[in-house]
Design a protein around this ligand. Sequence first.
Ligand SMILES: CC(=O)SCCNC(=O)CCNC(=O)[C@H](O)C(C)(C)COP(=O)(O)OP(=O)(O)OC[C@H]1O[C@@H](n2cnc3c(N)ncnc32)[C@H](O)[C@@H]1OP(=O)(O)O
Ligand SMILES: CC(C)C(=O)C(=O)O
Length: 502
Amino acid sequence: MSDKLWIFDTTLRDGEQVPGCQLNTQEKIIVAKALEDLGVDIIEAGFPISSPGDFNSVVEISKAVSNPIICALSRAVEKDIEVAAQALKFAKKGRIHTGIGVSPYHIQFKLRSTPEEIIRRGVAAVKFAKQFVEDVEFYAEDAGRSEPDFLCKIIEEVIKAGATVVNIPDTTGYCLPEQYGGIIADLKNRVPNIDKAIIATHCHNDLGMATANTVSGVQHGARQVEVTINGIGERAGNTSMEEVVMAIKCHKSIPVHTSIDTPKIYKTSRLVSKLMNMPVQPNKAIVGRNAFAHSSGIHQDGVLKHRENYEIIDPKEVGVEESSIVLTARSGRAALKHHLDALGVELEGEELRKVYEEFLLLADSKRDIGRKDLLELVGKYLDESNFIELEKVTYSSNGEISATVQLKIGNESFEATQSGVGPVDAVLKAIETLVQPQVDLEEFLIQAMTHGSNDVAKVHMRVIKSDKPYYGFASHEDIVLASAFAFVDALNKIPVKEYATA
Ligand SMILES: CC(=O)SCCNC(=O)CCNC(=O)[C@H](O)C(C)(C)COP(=O)(O)OP(=O)(O)OC[C@H]1O[C@@H](n2cnc3c(N)ncnc32)[C@H](O)[C@@H]1OP(=O)(O)O
Ligand SMILES: CC(C)C(=O)C(=O)O
């Protein structure tokens, strides 16, 4: 029988510390409900003393969510703890998370104190918190850089004072996996009452080690992991929940299980990214848009023959519909044939070889080959009536914001005018009215390449048609045009048959 690994989600506390990611109470409730649905055990809902808004969010999340434990953060300061307890008054299961810095840096330079005084304050904080709730977690801030004997001592004392969970943060993301695992093993071996509390990990990503350190902590005896969706958090971030959960699911040798409903991971990741205005890097493990995208011929051929040749996770296990085969100059015939088949063009032998040669010439000059390019390559085999070309875009924001778009679809030109909340919205709506079938715009990312006002905007879009994702990319100095081109690019990748059945 494997042990339960408690998933403590701190997206709404540590994650929300990211500049620009602050959420209002309503948005936090949406995220909290999604986390509950995902199956997290503990939601760290905020730091109630920090502001009236954060206090209110902890109160409202406590009312809105019933299964997970709701946790409120505090310093080892009575007023903080009192306010945290007040914020938790509606929580069905409430936890106070209190603690203090334990490394020589923090003791000497931040708290300007002594080791003896730090133990006294830590113990007093836990005892004070115990007056309000049974479930008290103690964090030994900067434990990753602490003196081992001192860490063992303070952990022993706070457990005696009633701490139910002892959190061993690598606050500065300093440790290497063996080192961090060693700290947990040391506590397990040397603290006499350690089995009276659950050991928690809380690892930051300053050296890119957060997930590795967390997993190492679990391998050495930790049974709670503090994580965030998409790994967001202070500085370089916190440990990514999806990475830890999937690492544990993939490696049965780690004797723990979680209650995370993994097919809900992807949609939770998108929700957090959208509400927090925090794009997920394309190569992010598990939830990045390239996490299940294959772009080189040898890999594509391997995946098409047998998915597991190049994938350790079935994308459906994390809620991604399917892997994608992206055509590039590094693709081979297997990938090209796969895409042609989807377009209804069945080529073999010599015909395929000829088209492949032309494809390579084109792919050398273009980064990404779309449906329109393929149709052009094999034009003689197909009804081309669904080519979409953006011929003209005009937009104005005099009073009402509106845009007019002219599209060439097949051999005919069509025009539509739409209004919107901004010119990008108006242009996309105008394109949508001209093109069938309708699609869901699921992700829309605009990035500036440098920093000037004359910068090139790079737009990435993900649209969904019949539960399948299609990607569009474009760049242009005009953000509206970049968006329009990216949308048309995505639409041109949707297979002909989807248009035909619209
Ligand atoms: C590791 C983590 O704590 S992660 C959480 C980080 N999150 C936040 O900091 C967000 C919430 N913070 C805040 O809103 C504010 O910093 C407050 C309300 C907590 C405190 O605000 P202020 O009273 O203005 O203090 P300020 O932020 O300038 O300095 C922090 C003080 O807390 C002390 N402190 C820091 N951590 C702790 C702790 N765990 N226990 C006790 N005191 C602590 C510092 O030594 C400093 O005290 P000093 O002014 O006597 O030197
Ligand atoms: C409050 C603690 C758990 C923290 O965020 C850290 O040490 O990084």
